[in-house]
Design a protein around this ligand. Structure first.
Ligand code: ZN
Length: 257
């Protein structure tokens, strides 16, 4: 990972004055947005963005575009990256985790490597394994309170083996306790659509399973159902993100269009 935009940690004069005048302020720095390249120089090179409020608070980590034919996850991430910015803590985005798969709108790229089965990755492996290793390293470095992977299923939960219309909870107590609250709050705002259910069987090699079991961090996989219209699924993905931010205490401001 190479930092392409240096993170500015220099206090502005105004912030310095504020700190001098108020011993209770928690402002650490100006808000900043830093873009990193993962698996730089490989066919799988993709961006991560760190939106830092400059104010003390929790960090949260969102991944989308793990599977290129699960559009609502990465379309929602695109919109949210334009629309929201944290006012405390940090939000980290990896909006096109498998960028080659997203570019051809298929589950995997032509290499047929499923990103969500190769975690924790391999820094010496193929390009997709390198992306996985660098996402894991960034999570380990930033220690988020939760990691959220934005996916879709082809049907509703249990229909033809689909896990669509569910939230897959990681293997931590926090994932379970907070996950049930998140689902309940989303269902209360989900209109006439079928209620989301929960699942807890993220497979070995998935981001959800490997982050929660290896790092003890709460994890969630959002799975909207592709039976619904695209705009409904994007709205559901965004509703999950806003609810998760609220449950984990990361306040955001909405950018005006
Ligand atoms: Zn998926």
């Amino acid at each position: 990972m190479k930092k392409h935009v240096a993170l500015r940690c220099v206090l502005s004069l105004a912030t310095a004055l504020l700190l001098a005048l108020s011993p209770f302020t928690t402002a650490l720095a100006e808000p900043s947005s830093e873009t990193l390249l993962l698996a730089e120089g490989t066919a799988a090179e993709t961006q991560a963005r760190i939106d830092d409020s400059g104010v003390e608070g929790p960090t949260i980590f969102f991944v989308a575009g793990t599977h290129g034919n699960e559009w609502a996850g990465y379309y929602a991430a695109d919109e949210l990256m334009e629309e929201i910015f944290p006012t405390a803590g940090k939000i980290i985005w990896v909006p096109r985790a498998n960028i080659q798969a997203c570019n051809i709108e298929q589950r995997t790229a032509e290499d047929e490597v499923n990103l969500n089965r190769v975690y924790p990755g391999n820094s010496e492996g193929n390009p997709v394994e390198q992306v996985a290793a660098e996402i894991m390293a960034l999570i380990e470095q930033e220690q988020p309170v939760a990691v959220v992977d934005m996916h879709e299923g082809y049907n509703f939960y249990g229909v033809d083996g689909s896990i669509g219309n569910s939230l897959v909870l990681g293997a931590t107590d926090g994932s379970f306790m907070n996950g049930l609250e998140i689902i309940s709050r989303v269902n209360a705002q989900n209109g006439d659509h079928p209620d989301f259910t929960f699942d807890s069987n993220a497979p070995a090699g998935s981001l959800n399973h490997e982050v929660s079991t290896r790092l003890g961090i709460d994890t969630y996989t959002i799975e909207t159902s592709q039976v619904l219209e695209m705009e409904e699924r994007i709205a559901q993905q965004k509703l999950f993100v806003h609810t998760i931010l609220d449950v984990y205490g990361i306040p955001v401001e909405e950018e005006s269009a």
